[in-house]
Each structure stands twice: as C-alpha cells, then as structure tokens.
Design a protein around this ligand. Structure first.
Ligand SMILES: Cc1ncc(COP(=O)(O)O)c(C=O)c1O
Length: 394
C-alpha cells in the first residue's frame, strides 16, 4: 500500500472509530441495564429457593400471585407458564371450545389467535380503530353470530382497549370477556386497571414485557373465586389432590424461580412505568417537527407504552435509515393475522380488515425502555428529522 493510501485508510479507521464513539447504538429495548439493578436481590431470592428445593409451586409463587392480584385491583391471580397458556386456560376455564367463535383484534401478536385455536374455538379477527390501533367495538358488534361466546380485547402497545363499549356489547349479547393484557401491565382506563375489566385477564411476563421474567412466565387474574380455582386445576394436570384428576388439565405452572424475579421487579413496576411515560413525553416534544405520526393517548387512558409506535408512509426506508444510524426499531406486527396460514380457516379474510392492513405497512416501534435518556430520544428524533429532510429533497 502506498503512503497516501495508507494515510487515507488510517484516517478512515479513525473517523469510523470516532463516529462509533460519538453515537453508541440505541436498541429497541435494553434488558441488561435493568437487570443489573436487581441482579443481587434476584440471586439472593433464587438462592433461598435452591436451598429449599421448592422449585414447583413454591411459596414465592403464591406470594407473587397475591401481590400481582393486588396490583391489578382484583382478588385472584393464577401464575402460569406464559401469556399464550394464560389465554388458552382462560378459554378452557370458561368452557369455550369447538363450535364456538371468539372475536379478537386482527393486529395482535399471533399468540392471541393461536390460543383460541388451541381451545378448538374459531378465531374471528376483526378490524381496529385507526387512532389508537386497538380493536374497534363497531367491528366486534358486526362480527357477532349465534356461535359467538367471547371477546378478547388486546390492550395493544400498552393503551387500554375501549373497555366501556366492549363490556356493554358483552352484556347485551351475553358474551364472556377475556382481556389480553400481555402488553398492558399497569394500564388504566378511568381509574380501573387493565386486568380488572374482564371475566379473566391474561398477562405475559416474557422478558421484554413491562413486567418481565428471566424466561417465559404468565398469569391469569380474575375477581371470580370459582374461576380462579378452576384455573389452578387447569395449570396443574387437572389435579385436585395428587393423582386425582378431575378435568383435562395441562402442565403450565409458573416456575418458583421466575416468581422470584417477578417479586423483585414488582417493587419497581410503577417507577418503570412512569419512566416509560416520561420517555413518551420526550418523544412527543422532540418529534414535534418531524413528519412522523405520533401515537395518541385516549382521554381517561393511562397508556403504559410497552411500545411507542409511530406511523410513516415510507416506514421500511425510515427503519433502514435509522438502522444505518445504529437506532434499532421493530414492527409490531408486519402481517395482519388473517394472512397467517394457521388462521386460514378463521372467519376473516384480509380484505375485511382494511385499517389493520394499511397500518401494518406504516407502523414502526421506536426504541422504548424505562432507562432511555432524553439525549437518546433526541438522537432518534434528529435522525428522523434528517430522514424527513432527505425525502422532501428527493
Ligand atoms: C398481545 C400479546 N398476546 C399474547 C402474547 C403471548 O405471551 P407469551 O409470549 O408469554 O406466550 C404476547 C407476547 O408475547 C402478546 O404481546
């Protein structure tokens, strides 16, 4: 290599290093930072479980269940293995199965509809409201048939679904309501917490959720003692006492070790939720001059910003541009559920969910986690602004 070329190469390497130093990457979520704060306490709790060897349904599970029920404002919580199992068991507990139809949102994570399919019922996937991405009560009403047994509203991205309208429809048609609150921990509508609206509400504690375990975990919460008892049997082989099986149960209990993580994190859930809301506020301020369409917060709703989802007509190019600036985003979710192979037998065709279909090509989840700083938010906003200027100039 000649000297000029070598010097140019050296300059390039130095520049590359300094840009790397100037802008560390911004991930979609950052679990490691949060975990480092609670690691010691989690390890101490897990250490006690190891000493007692009470790995299955140890007292930490009951302790967490009592705390989480209190947090949701209901009487009962039954810890299960994950959020998908929570929805499946809720349907079983309500005796919903083959021949029944269950209405849910076409833009949810696939697990909502998969759980309906596990029960033997038919998922009916309906369109959403354009303003807040949540299930549209008008579409629920239109989808009701004599076979409809339940509605599963999803508190998508952390914004409570329109529960007043949904509960009114359910009462009129004698339908059960199961909340999919996998993204709604701590969300509120007119002072009522997500989890306290339906017959049963289902939570996921997947690591990236607002309350996340160190692996898979989930829970059902309910006000109804009889349903809670049935859920306890369903999660534990249908066993009333050891080796007496009174109903077709499953093995999907919450691990004691995961309950230790969740118990530790419960102390911080409100603090982390407020931090998420602060990050959302910063985004609103910093993104005000961009062409991104920002999420709304409905009147009376406490949005808990599991995700901060914006809209942009050139979503894919924007996502690529931000990735080039080491800002990593996500899409929740890129494909409407009626397009997925397992739901081809569902009563919905993609053409019936135009809002969901349109939005699936425009939505983008920006980085969002409680520990995000205003500086990081400003960096995302500056890059989004730069993208806007570039596209205007052509
Ligand atoms: C809306 C929704 N429903 C259900 C689930 C399923 O939860 P899990 O992954 O814990 O089974 C998830 C999360 O993954 C979700 O986001």
């Amino acid at each position: 290599m000649n000297r000029a070329l070598a010097s140019q190469q050296a300059h390039y390497e130095i520049n590359k290093m300094s840009t790397q130093r100037e802008q560390p990457s911004i991930p979609l979520i950052d679990l490691a930072t949060q975990s480092s704060r609670i690691k010691e306490e989690v390890l101490a709790r897990i250490g006690r479980v190891i000493d007692k060897a009470n790995y299955i349904l140890g007292e930490e599970v009951a302790e967490f269940e009592a705390e989480f029920a209190r947090y949701c404002g209901v009487e009962h919580c039954v810890g299960v293995a994950n959020g998908t199992d929570a929805i499946h068991l809720a349907l079983r507990a309500l005796d919903i199965g083959p021949g029944d139809e269950v209405i849910t949102a076409a833009n949810s994570f696939a697990a909502t509809a998969l759980a309906i399919a596990y029960s033997g019922a038919t998922p009916v996937l309906v369109d959403i409201c354009e303003d807040d991405f949540n299930i549209d009560p008008v579409m629920i009403q239109r989808a009701i048939t004599p076979n409809t047994k339940a509605i599963i509203p999803v508190h998508l991205y952390g914004q409570p679904a329109r529960m007043q309208e949904i509960l009114a429809i359910a009462t009129r048609h004698d339908l059960k309501v199961i909340e999919d609150s996998a993204q709604g921990h701590g969300g509120e509508l007119n002072g009522t917490r997500c989890g306290a609206f339906g017959d049963i509400a289902c939570f996921s504690f997947y690591p990236g959720k607002n309350l996340g375990a160190f692996g898979d975990a989930g829970a059902c919460v309910t006000r109804d003692a009889r349903l809670a008892e049935k859920l306890q049997l369903l999660r534990n082989y249908g066993q009333v006492v050891k080796n007496r099986h009174d109903l077709l149960g499953f093995n999907c209990r919450l691990d004691t070790v995961q309950a230790c993580v969740l118990l530790t994190k419960m102390q911080f859930i409100e603090e982390w939720t407020e931090q998420r809301r602060q990050v959302a506020q910063w985004y609103r301020e910093e993104l005000a001059n961009t062409d991104l369409l920002l999420p709304i917060e409905r009147s009376g709703a406490r949005h808990v910003y599991h995700l901060f989802v914006i809209r942009h007509p050139e979503r894919d190019q924007l996502m690529k541009f931000l990735a080039g600036r080491k800002i990593f985003c996500g899409i929740h979710y890129p494909n409407p559920l009626p397009t997925a192979q397992p739901f081809s037998a569902a009563r919905t065709i993609p053409e019936n969910v135009p809002v969901c279909t349109q939005l699936s090509g425009e939505i983008l989840s920006l980085p969002m986690y409680p520990e995000m700083t205003r500086e990081q938010v400003a960096t995302v906003a500056a890059a989004a602004e730069e993208f806007g200027l570039m596209t205007v100039r052509g």
